[in-house]
Design a protein around this ligand. Structure first.
Ligand code: ADP
Ligand code: MG
Length: 251
């Protein structure tokens, strides 16, 4: 579904990412994790074509897109960023339905999809007429998710979608996201800096540092067979074990 081949992204003389190789199979949920500045957001931006690689190849849905292919391709990819990225002057409803309107969907179809997704994302429909500033952080992220899912994309990219939320709201949304992923059976690439969240939402973890992939595998493998001292340090710094790791995650 996604293949990054010897991909490198530089800004001037500084390297934001790579060179790295990473392939993601359709239908799998993968969490990208690593310290701030290690290139996680850059990787997502390369996948959705917001930035182009300085070197190497990005293949999406089995093809390396030409410049003109990206607008069409993006409709097959849902994207949620940390602050939601909603337009502040538009209501939740207008934000969520923008792409569908742009594509000329008829009103009935839009309304039906909106109701269906509001239920899925557990967003009360009474909130749809509010603008982002009139919603809580958690509600805003539900709207952003709804918008990302509207066109029924094959691939969902989530860049620290729960990063700005307080722990209780975050736990609620984690559970809801897990249920949504389970139900929709999408390919998911999720960025988080929280190992427990990564393990809760994804089948596989890709741990990055300094623009490269350090280790890839289920959480248990990161615990049991750290590829290098950095992995051990990273896992220990998260203090999952000290706080009482859930039994299914315990090494
Ligand atoms: P992460 O999401 O893991 O925190 P990013 O992908 O945002 O990291 O950034 C990776 C590195 O690339 C950082 O050092 C960042 O400063 C740099 N970087 C990202 N975007 C740009 C840009 N547009 N111009 C210059 N440097 C950038
Ligand atoms: Mg980032």
């Amino acid at each position: 579904m996604i293949d990054l081949i010897a991909v490198e992204k530089r800004y001037g003389s500084s390297r934001a990412l790579g060179p790295l190789d990473l392939s993601l199979e359709a239908g799998r949920r993968t969490a990208l994790i690593g310290p701030s500045g290690c290139g996680k957001s850059t990787l997502l931006r390369l996948v959705i074509g917001l930035v182009r690689p300085t070197a190497g190849h990005v293949r999406i849905f089995g093809e390396e897109p030409a410049e003109a292919d990206w607008p069409q391709l993006r409709r097959r990819i849902g994207y949620v960023i940390q602050e939601g990225g909603l337009f502040p002057h538009l209501t939740a409803r207008a934000n969520a339905t923008l792409a569908a309107r742009h594509l000329g969907w008829e009103e009935g179809r839009i309304a039906h999809r909106l109701t269906e997704l509001a239920e899925l994302a557990r967003l009360p429909t009474t909130l749809l007429d509010r603008c982002p500033a009139e919603l809580s952080g958690g509600q805003r992220q539900r709207v952003a998710l709804l918008r990302a899912l509207f066109l029924d994309p094959e691939l969902l990219l989530l860049d620290e979608p729960l990063g700005a939320l307080d722990p209780l709201i975050r736990a609620d949304l984690q559970d809801d996201l897990a249920a949504i992923f389970e139900r929709l059976d999408k390919t998911v690439l999720l960025v988080t800096h929280d190992l427990a969240e990564a393990a809760h939402l994804a089948e596989e973890i890709v741990l990055m540092e300094g623009g490269r992939v350090v280790q890839r595998g289920p959480l248990r493998e990161l615990f049991e067979q750290p590829a290098e001292p950095f992995v051990e340090r990273f896992v220990r710094a998260q203090r999952i074990l000290d706080l009482g790791c859930p039994p299914e995650l315990a090494p």
